[in-house]
Design a protein around this ligand. Structure first.
Ligand SMILES: *Cc1c(COP(=O)(O)O)cnc(C)c1O
Length: 408
């Protein structure tokens, strides 16, 4: 049997063919009118995709570069910052804060859980300069309610900046950046926008620009003020990843196409799509006897499940690749061997989801020796698809897509 390699990993994600063609054709010098036309178009599209009136900047680096920029540009040594950490990417905020000499206050919860709002409120101090959090913690496949967290900050320490790592949140979660007061929201190219790694983008509020003027931390390559100045002239400060920028333009055209030509509607379609794939996957895996790793706040970016006691999740990862060509991810850090993760963000659809669940039924039955019948997981997933209504997530009063979190 043929085995086509297919990525089901939460970054890099599968590539959009139209973006691949655009990248192959991007033989453009970055100080020319051709590039300025492309860059100006892509920055305007990005702003619409992210959904904000704030500036949106593009950096040639992986997502962590934009995370670093939002520490180095906004803080000074010995500034107090609050990190909300629930996994490996939350831990990265702490490491970055320490690297730039900040005093890091920390709210942590066990892997697979999300934050209690009262604990966040108690951790905010009058001199808290900025709060750093993930929208979706990819290592545990958990979603944090940014709307509710923003509300707590506004009510407690309205001066504090809110910096959100939306690297897997963008395209899988609804954000009202201007309405909620998100000062920085970060995205990455290898996630929901369906192109290879190498670009990061971020929205920056007026409040954040003002903080940058006062910041005393060193910065050179990631000086966002310099990047903004160049962007206004249609260029980037240094040689950018021209091919990736061309690919990003094609991907944003595709997303707009999914919304009938309207990029904001296309983004909503992208989120709804991820939600549907995630809901089908959760139902299918639970029906096969797996346990959700983040049952109270599952993300639509990826799904993490625990394997039954005594089994190794690495076996599932290995066998799925060997037998079916499908690449999923093991847990990171302490979660290695205990969970596996399946991505839904970006270029996935119903067909991909059903096929992967079908393959996982064989792994569950033949490799893990779970007492299942073929079709058992698929039936549950099919039912979720059949029951799902258009705009289900949008019609939920909670904009983060969950039933109860921010209404309380
Ligand atoms: C992928 C990812 C990152 C960025 O990682 P890079 O390897 O630097 O692109 C950061 N945060 C989250 C939540 C992610 O999923």
């Amino acid at each position: 049997m043929f085995r086509k390699t297919r990525l089901f990993t939460p970054g890099p994600t599968p590539l959009l063919p139209a973006a691949q063609f655009a990248m192959a054709a991007a033989d453009i010098h970055h100080r020319t009118a051709e590039f300025r036309a492309l860059y100006t178009k892509v920055l305007a599209q990005l702003k619409e995709f992210v959904g904000t009136k704030n500036d949106v900047l593009l950096l040639s680096c992986s997502g962590t570069g934009a995370m670093e920029a939002s520490v180095s540009n906004l803080t000074s040594p010995s500034d107090r910052i609050l990190v909300l950490s629930a996994g490996k990417f939350g831990e990265r905020w702490t490491a970055l804060g320490k690297a730039f000499g900040c005093n890091v206050d920390l709210v942590t919860v066990p892997y697979g859980e999300t934050f209690d709002l009262a604990t966040i409120k108690a951790a905010l101090k009058p001199d808290t300069k900025a709060v750093y959090v993930q929208a979706t913690e990819t290592s545990t496949a958990t979603r944090h309610c940014i709307q509710a967290i923003a509300k707590v900050i506004q009510a407690t320490t309205p001066e504090a900046l809110l910096v959100v790592d939306g690297i897997t949140g963008l395209g899988t979660t609804h954000f009202d950046i201007d309405g909620w007061g998100i000062d920085v929201l970060i995205g990455g190219s290898q996630k929901a926008v369906m192109i290879p790694p190498g670009l990061a983008y971020l929205s920056v509020s007026d409040k954040a620009w003002a903080a940058m003027e006062a910041s005393k931390n060193p910065r050179y390559y990631f000086d966002l003020r310099k990047e903004r100045k160049s962007a206004k002239a249609g260029e980037s400060a240094y040689t950018p990843s021209v091919a990736l920028i061309a690919g990003l333009g094609a991907a944003l055209d595709y997303i707009a196409g999914q919304g009938g030509g309207d990029l904001a509607k296309g983004r909503i379609a992208l989120v709804e799509n991820a939600e549907t794939c995630a809901a089908m996957t959760r139902a299918g895996l639970v029906a096969l006897g797996f346990t959700l790793f983040a049952p109270t706040a599952p993300s639509a970016a990826a799904t993490a499940v625990s394997v039954p006691e005594g089994l190794d999740s690495g076996t599932v990862v290995k066998e799925l690749k060997a037998k079916f060509g499908a690449v999923i991810t093991n847990g990171q850090g302490d979660m290695k061997g205990k969970i596996f993760r399946i991505a839904h963000l970006g270029f996935f659809d119903y067909m991909d989801t059903i096929a992967l669940l079908g393959a996982l039924e064989f792994i569950a039955r033949d490799t893990l020796k779970l007492p299942i019948q073929l079709g058992q997981g698929l039936a549950a997933a099919q039912q979720v698809f059949a029951d799902r209504k258009e705009n289900q997530v949008l019609n939920n009063p909670c904009l983060c897509g969950r039933q109860t979190c921010c209404r309380s």
